[in-house]
Design a protein around this ligand. Structure first.
Ligand code: URP
Ligand code: ZN
Ligand code: ZN
Length: 476
């Protein structure tokens, strides 16, 4: 079956040009001027932009934590991603079992039957011994070429600096990319204990007990460990201006260190935690200041930062009240669990479906990043860094036909009623957004049809998403 997208303006990470796109089966077969293919279904994309499907390198679907579970699973979260123009997601495996293989198997059991877009996995390394170090060498054979380590969450997820060094040494040998959660676990534990003892229980204390300098020094610490082992490094969810300064410093010295920020750190501040509904903004690392927002935007513009992921990890604001999802009542315990103690508020936010529309409006249309930088940050760089390029993140003959036809003029007062996340709130409630996916293709199949006359139509199916065996990524 052939589909011909005619009269499109193509947006890639480096160019904007006019071309027709021929899709044959699951792949892009050709790009060219005035293609004429007898029998092909023709889609007129004049006046629209066409870009590769988004690649979100940071999601947490169906993640048990804080005595509950993140409220989007590998179907509902994938569907929300697709409505927002994202066709590939990379989720984090918890190291819950004695072996990495068993932990990966457990994630496959949850994700494979439900997946609605294509997906990969990162492996969290939160407990280390010689057998885990040995097994890390087998991760590429499982299609997993990246792992995450933490300098926070003492006695739970954190590794010592020595263990992070050992992980990085093997990562370099085996072509694995190390991802770093950069905060100072010791200082956080001390400040949390002191805050609770003093009777401070409100959400703003979540930020107050996680000092920004902890992220700054942990970023440099991680980069220094990477330098000493020769391993590449990727700093996840950068939220602090000083982290951008550290990243710039180490990149200027030729170290293969890359960085990711998330939409929430570009728009919100600690002031949001002081609102009566401040728990909605509780995630780790926390919101910071307007100056940090600005420095992160500068880091995107000057290409110090390479990607925008979401760290999508949603919880209900009030999990005692059901919402309707696909016609069924759903209630999942959420932020209310911490109504009298900020340390019990499940950490995380919805965002996987918001990423492209929000960043188009407040990044591209606001003149903060160019349309080509948008594609680089949202699609192409994550695909390159995580070993998926040019299968994903590209509009090239031979690439998977993951294609977004983007209507740059579609306008909506956005919010929970429009986002397809399985939760009861949206961070961008009542924001005026301009620019949405009109059609989204996953490997040549139309999965979202958002033509204005027909409304927002879901054509995807549970189980149609495929696990991606990733190769070694490249430094960008
Ligand atoms: O609050 C968040 N982001 N929860 C997910 C865990 C993490 O560290 O990314
Ligand atoms: Zn993290
Ligand atoms: Zn995360």
């Amino acid at each position: 079956m052939s589909t011909l997208i005619k009269s499109a303006t193509l947006l890639t990470a480096s160019d904007t040009f006019s071309a027709d796109i021929l899709i044959e089966g699951e792949k892009i077969a050709a790009l060219g001027a005035d293609l004429n293919i007898p029998g092909a279904e023709v889609i007129d994309a004049s006046g629209k932009l066409v870009m590769p499907g988004g690649v979100d390198p940071h999601t947490h679907f169906d993640l048990p934590m804080f005595g509950t579970v993140s409220s989007d699973d590998h179907y509902t979260g994938h569907k929300a991603a697709a409505f927002g123009g994202t066709t590939t997601v990379i989720d984090f495996i918890s190291q819950d079992y004695p072996t990495l293989r068993a932990s990966a198997d457990a994630w496959h059991a949850k994700a494979d039957p439900k997946a609605a877009v294509d997906f990969g996995f990162h492996m969290n390394i939160t407990r280390l011994d010689d057998s885990i170090l040995e097994e890390m060498g087998h991760l590429p054979g499982m299609g997993i070429t990246s792992l995450k380590v933490f300098t926070a969450y003492n006695n739970r997820l954190r590794l010592s600096d020595g263990d992070i060094y050992k992980v990085m040494r093997i990562a370099r040998e085996r072509g694995l990319l190390t991802l770093l959660h950069a905060e100072n676990g010791d200082v956080i534990d001390l400040l949390v204990a002191e805050a609770l003892a003093a009777g401070h229980t409100t959400p703003e204390w979540h930020a107050k007990t996680r000092p920004a300098w902890g992220a700054v020094e942990a970023t440099l610490r991680g980069a220094a460990l990477a330098a000493q082992t020769g391993a590449p490094l990727y700093i996840v969810h950068m939220n602090v201006g000083g982290e951008v300064d550290q990243l710039r410093y180490v990149r200027e010295r030729g170290l293969p260190v890359m960085g990711e920020t998330c939409p929430q750190y570009l728009f919100f501040t600690e002031d949001h935690l002081r609102r009566p509904d401040g728990a909605k903004w509780v995630c780790s690392p926390p919101m910071r200041t307007a100056a940090d927002n600005l420095r992160l935007w500068e880091g995107l513009k000057d290409q110090t930062i390479q990607t925008i992921g979401t760290d999508h990890c949603p919880f209900f604001f009030d999990g005692t009240k059901a919402i309707l999802y696909e016609g069924k009542s759903v209630a999942i315990p959420g932020k209310e669990l911490g109504s009298d103690n900020f340390t019990k508020i499940p950490n995380g936010l919805p965002g996987v479906g918001d990423r492209l529309p929000v960043l188009w409006t407040y990044g591209v249309r606001a003149g903060r990043i160019t349309p080509n930088q948008f594609v680089a940050l949202m699609c192409t760089n994550p695909a390159k860094i995580f070993g998926l390029y040019p299968r994903k993140g590209a509009l090239l003959p031979g690439s998977d036909a993951d294609i977004v036809i983007w209507d740059p003029e579609q306008r909506l007062t956005y919010g929970v009623a429009h986002a397809h996340h399985r939760t009861d709130y949206n961070l961008y409630e009542n924001w005026e957004l301009v620019g949405f996916p009109e059609k989204v293709f996953l490997r040549g199949q139309l999965i979202v049809d958002n033509t204005r006359s027909e409304g927002d139509r879901w054509l995807g199916k549970t189980g149609m998403g495929r696990f991606l065996m990733r190769s070694e990524g490249t430094f960008v």
